[in-house]
Write a protein that binds this ligand. Structure first.
Ligand SMILES: [Zn+2]
Ligand SMILES: [Zn+2]
Length: 270
């Protein structure tokens, strides 16, 4: 298996080195990893994103030979809010030869909400506003899929990790079935893969992103392109929950997963 979504110390919220990533990935039996550090266009200055991504590319170059055939190490980036500052995004994407580009929505400007949703306190927010916010989230995601060029749609329904996981607001995401269906249809039209993100497994959220029902929806719509991503920021979470995730996917009828090299897709049997 490949874990196509791992953060290194070149993300503001991770400290793990390339060696820690590689040694833990090998210990868990993975064949390959994609190191995908944060590129959130809202925070390029604060996060020193151009420098950090350049460091990440250098760090990968420095260890690729050392791990050789024991582990394939792919160059990725987790691009968020591309369309809010397209010139920043394009400058970064042109600066490096990435194997894989993740497309993410982390931040939505809505009324008084002006920060990443991971830092928003949803505990006392009126339910109506939470639903409006989620509506904006799916709309922004659909626009990103339509208008930007990337390989993997990450952690679909991620705000639930905070709204339902951290703040226990019990939102039923299937209220947005139509919007979710639209996103799933758009990724199929564009040949973008859907990530099964396992970072919610083993913590307060306790679920995959997206939930099984949405994976089944995607399958029923003819969706075939799946990747697995732990979104690990710490070594112990590399490949988190992959064994169960693989069983779940096979049970639904997915028999292949995607890997990207120099942005070309290959399919492997589970
Ligand atoms: Zn993310
Ligand atoms: Zn991530």
């Amino acid at each position: 298996m490949f874990d196509l979504h791992i953060h290194s110390k070149n993300s503001h919220d991770s400290k793990q080195t390339l060696d820690e990533i590689c040694e833990n990935a090998i210990a868990r039996g993975l064949s390959g990893v994609a190191v995908c550090d944060h590129a959130d266009t809202w925070f390029f200055d604060k996060d020193r994103t151009y420098d950090m991504i350049a460091n990440c590319m250098n760090d990968i170059d420095a260890v690729r030979e050392k791990y050789g055939e024991r582990l394939e190490i792919l160059k990725g980036v987790e691009m968020a809010e591309y369309l809010d500052y397209p010139e920043r995004a394009e400058r970064l994407l042109q600066a490096h030869d990435f194997d894989v580009i993740l497309g993410s929505v982390h931040s939505i400007l809505y009324e008084d909400i002006t920060d990443a949703y991971s830092r928003i306190d949803f505990s006392a927010m009126p339910m109506e506003k939470i639903f409006e916010f989620l509506g904006e989230y799916f709309g922004k995601m659909a626009e990103m899929v339509e208008k930007t060029d990337f390989d993997i749609l990450t952690h679909l329904t991620c705000p639930l990790r905070y709204i339902n996981g951290k703040y226990k607001r019990n939102v039923d995401i299937l209220y947005f079935k139509k919007e979710i269906g639209e996103v799933l249809s758009l990724i199929q039209q564009k040949g973008i893969a859907l990530e099964l993100n396992t970072s919610g497994i083993g913590n307060a959220y306790g679920d995959y992103m997206p939930h099984e029902t949405i994976l089944r929806m995607y399958k029923d719509m003819g969706g075939k392109l799946i990747t697995l991503g732990s979104d690990a920021h710490m070594p112990q979470y590399i490949g988190n929950g992959f064994k169960d995730a693989k069983e779940l996917l096979r049970g639904i009828g997915f028999h292949e997963y995607c890997v990207f090299r120099q942005r070309k897709m290959s399919l492997y049997q589970f």
